[in-house]
Design a protein around this ligand. Structure first.
Ligand SMILES: C[S@@+](CC[C@H](N)C(=O)[O-])C[C@H]1O[C@@H](n2cnc3c(N)ncnc32)[C@H](O)[C@@H]1O
Length: 349
């Protein structure tokens, strides 16, 4: 294919990708609004107790941040960094997923009002899992333990972020694809750490079809879900003790894990990532933006742990991530952000 033809194909891909993203964004914005209207999370005791210290967020600023996620995503498809997402819009499935999120919303709200976040210990109080893990993160029904939770997770995240979750995660994909541009991917081993139900694993597989892609998650039900969704091997294991030999992986991606880890566990997981990466290997990291990255959006970040069960988010918001990874031998070499997510890329010294 000539360079011109290739550019044309990328532009067409980007247009298709942007159209599919717009449909997804509209759908999940509507589903998210319906869910919030049903349970009104900003009313009631918690709202009264929430005393913000940061200024309100301007809607114009919020909208600009939101659209930046889609703009960057389409730009990277057009640049050939990663392929357009397949048009897998299935209206019946989209209705089912939204109905599922809505039907669970009242249960989530009941737990939110009770404010304990530990109801999941009725489902699994197994000592095989660390205590910090046996909580209802986001007040999610079943915590990380049930098949229903794993099935519902991706739709809940999309409803929360108005359809921008995939585009935000792909900031990390963009950094990894840039770091590896022009490189032969055959035989490279990539681990998606804390892969959840497999959304990002699918993106990795589509972008690096010749690489060896694996996932890992501590949840047995999420691990099964991710394996089935992405068609990749997924290990069920704790990120604090990765079942991989020293210097055995070429890249690790890690999306939205660190804000859910207690402060004492973050350095352990960072050290494990550094241990399993080869010298020159890459960590592609993405998680919530921190208030210092987005002072204009700080009110939203302050509200998040006030309205959701996010016991470690406030400490995450103050964590110096570059220093955390630098101390274990991972050198910061790039960053990006979109809407409420920041992505960082590190190289193993
Ligand atoms: C917010 S979800 C993020 C999932 C996925 N990476 C994404 O982009 O949506 C956090 C995930 O981290 C997993 N997790 C939490 N603590 C873990 C640990 N110590 N070891 C492995 N996985 C863990 C949870 O089971 C859950 O799937």
């Amino acid at each position: 294919m000539t360079q011109r033809a290739r550019r044309g194909a990328f532009t067409l891909d980007a247009a298709v990708h942007a159209a599919a993203s717009a449909a997804r964004a509209a759908w999940w914005t509507a589903a998210g609004r319906a869910t919030r209207a049903l349970v009104r999370p900003t009313r009631g005791e918690q709202a009264k107790a929430f005393e913000p210290t940061t200024p309100p967020v301007s809607m114009k600023r919020l909208r600009a941040a939101y659209f930046s996620a889609f703009e960057k995503d389409a730009r990277d498809v057009a640049a050939g960094l990663y392929p357009a997402r397949p048009i897998d819009v299935d209206p019946a499935q989209a209705f089912r997923q939204a109905a599922d999120v809505l039907s669970d919303a009242r249960a989530v709200d009941t737990r939110r009002r009770a404010g304990s976040g530990a109801e999941v210990r009725d489902v699994s109080d197994s000592k095989a899992y660390p205590t910090y893990y046996r909580q209802n993160f986001h007040y999610q029904t079943g915590g990380w333990f049930t098949a229903d939770s794993a099935r519902r997770y991706e739709a809940q995240v999309e409803a929360l972020f108005s359809g921008a979750a995939g585009a935000m995660r792909r900031r990390a994909l963009s950094l990894l694809a840039r770091a590896w541009r022009g490189r032969d991917h055959r035989g490279l081993a990539i681990l998606d750490l804390a892969c959840g139900s497999g959304g990002f694993l699918k993106d990795l597989k589509a972008t690096f079809p010749r690489a060896r892609i694996m996932g890992l998650d501590l949840s047995p039900t999420y691990a099964v879900r991710a394996r089935d969704a992405a068609g990749a091997p997924v290990a069920q294991a704790n990120a604090e003790r990765l079942p991989f030999a020293d210097a055995s992986l070429d890249a690790v991606s890690c999306i939205y894990l660190f804000h859910e880890l207690p402060p004492r566990v973050r350095p352990k997981v960072a050290a494990e990532i550094a241990r399993v990466l080869k010298p020159g290997g890459v960590l592609a990291f993405a998680d919530s933006v921190q208030p210092a990255d987005e002072p204009d959006l700080a009110r939203l970040l302050e509200a998040f742990p006030a309205f959701f069960h996010e016991p470690y988010y406030a400490s995450y918001a103050k964590t110096g991530l570059s220093g955390l990874f630098d101390r274990v031998g991972l050198e910061p070499c790039g960053q990006d952000k979109a809407f409420l997510t920041k992505a960082l890329v590190f190289t193993r010294r």
